[in-house]
Design a protein. Structure first.
Length: 135
């Protein structure tokens, strides 16, 4: 389980300055592929103990995003509509035992015409995730 936080690097707005309303936390579902390196502690007579890991990955996720007055240049036709966006990106995770901290860089690509009104469409973002391994 990871709690993600995205910070958009810019926007397509005529009214909002950059770095305004650009922090988002959402839930997504996706695929992650990468390379994991684990370091274990070995002690005589005990089971090996995972100490830390490094994971470099690429991802493709689906996000449900919501349009509102703050992220559409106050478009009067928007009534908190939802739309689907795909996120593509790269990431790195450092883990200590069951906890992990992830740094990610990606871009959200709206999949419908509603996304054309979203001021962060096709803008790069930096992400931070804090996670816990359940299994």
């Amino acid at each position: 389980i990871t709690v993600p936080l995205k910070i958009y690097m810019g926007n397509n707005s005529d009214e909002l300055p950059d770095f305004t309303n650009n922090v988002v936390s959402d839930i997504n579902l996706g695929i992650t592929v990468g390379h994991n390196t684990e370091r274990y502690l070995f002690r005589p007579g005990r089971a090996p103990e995972l100490r830390n890991h490094h994971f470099i990955f690429v991802f493709l996720t689906a996000n449900r995003l919501q349009l509102n007055a703050l992220n559409t240049d106050n478009d009067p036709d928007i009534n908190d509509d939802d739309f689907l966006a795909l996120s593509l990106g790269l990431g790195y995770q450092f883990g200590f035992r069951r906890f992990g901290i992830s740094l990610m860089f990606g871009q959200d690509l709206p999949s419908s015409s509603l996304g054309d009104k979203w001021v962060f469409r096709n803008q790069p973002w930096f992400g931070l995730g804090i996670g816990y391994q359940l299994f």
